[in-house]
Design a protein around this ligand. Structure first.
Ligand code: UT7
Length: 322
């Protein structure tokens, strides 16, 4: 069955923080961050939690799709930084956006930076099975909550934000996915949860800071992107020249340059906005898509491949026709 995206939205966090701003509190500098990553600035949330950013992006996508909000019967939020353990961010979005149709189902997905494409695949499966008619699919993060601002190797890389799309069945537009994961216990990319509490006492010692072995993730990322592109193209017997846009998870410009060079793909085929947002994990792909929509870069019938990769380890991609 065919699937189309009919609406796009995004939400920026309130506070724009430049590399220079960060260098006042962390031992870093603008030149290092730009040369090693391509990031110039990022947005950090001051008062908006993940569900607030997600709701803002959702309302923009609903308006863009020009559909009756009551017809949304599935809300999926990809996130690793929910407002709390429960309820899900998706349930909070449902309440905050007034999407309380009796038939609506909402839940979160955690597949780290691959989360958004996993959510797209889940939505497609629900649409194809006939369980739902209009799926609101969101990637939303407030990563500043889990950044250790004493750690220059991670705190300069990430940002907050949200992006959203609306998906429904289509008569002609194709969508398909390729998703993989490989369980990792070596701590390549982690953020701890709450500690076990065998003595049943109050204990605040648990740390949730994001920790990353940057070079190991870099090596994994370049292999993962190539694996996704090769498999998605082979699945439909497509050549990369037939793809109009590749929208990668926005982690590091050098990762994309490496892949483009290795696979002999023009760098201009990759949509990059990490200079403005940094790495927003689950939110990076839908923010990029919404920005492209607003700029008129997603023209009717264009072929697009999104690629995610991150903690888990997880990686995967989605092909769709705009
Ligand atoms: O969304 C999940 C996916 N995440 C990713 O894809 C991230 C993948 N990894 C990367 O993007 C890169 O590995 C990083 C950007 C994280 C790091 O770049 P790198 O070229 O691998 O740098 P490095 O870790 O080898 O560090 C080089 C030097 C070190 O100093 P010494 O040991 O050579 O003296 C670091 O201490 O740069 C130093 N360094 C910094 N210097 C200034 C590390 N962070 C900073 C910093 N500012 N922020």
């Amino acid at each position: 069955m065919n699937i189309e995206i009919i609406g796009y939205g995004l939400a920026q966090a309130e506070k724009c923080v430049t590399n220079l701003d960060l260098s006042k509190s962390v031992d870093t500098n603008d030149a290092w961050i730009q040369e090693r990553t391509g990031i110039k600035q990022r947005y950090f949330s001051v008062a908006k939690n993940t569900s607030d950013l997600a709701s803002e992006a959702a309302l923009m996508a609903i308006q863009d799709a020009q559909i009756d909000p009551k017809t949304i019967d599935l809300i999926l939020v990809a996130t690793i930084t929910p407002d709390g353990m429960m309820p899900s961010v998706a349930s909070l979005v449902q309440a905050k956006c007034g999407l309380n149709a009796q038939t609506c189902l909402s839940y979160d997905i955690n597949a780290a930076c691959t989360g958004f494409v996993v959510a797209m695949q889940n939505a497609q499966a629900m649409l194809e099975a006939g369980y739902v008619s209009n799926a609101l699919v969101i990637g939303a993060e407030t990563l500043s909550k889990i950044l250790d601002f004493k750690d220059r190797t991670t705190s300069v890389l990430f940002g907050d934000g949200a992006g959203a799309i609306i998906m429904r069945r289509s008569s002609s537009k194709k969508m398909f996915h390729y998703l993989r994961s490989e369980g990792d216990l070596t701590g390549v990319l982690t953020s701890d949860g709450l500690s076990l509490n065998p003595e049943m006492v109050f204990d605040q010692s648990s740390t949730h800071y994001l920790r990353m072995q940057g070079q190991a993730v870099f090596r994994f990322a370049v292999k993962a992107i190539e694996d996704v592109l090769v498999n998605l193209l082979n699945k439909q017997d497509l050549k990369v020249d037939q793809i109009d846009w590749i929208v990668p998870h926005q982690a590091n410009r050098r990762i994309i340059e490496y892949v483009a060079n290795k696979m002999n793909i023009e760098l201009t085929k990759f949509y990059l906005n990490l200079d403005q947002y940094g790495n927003t994990s689950s939110a990076s792909i839908p923010i990029a898509l919404s920005e492209m929509r607003t700029k008129g870069l997603l023209k009717e019938g264009m072929r697009v491949i999104c690629v995610g990769f991150g903690a888990g380890l997880t990686w995967g991609g989605s092909y769709f026709e705009s």
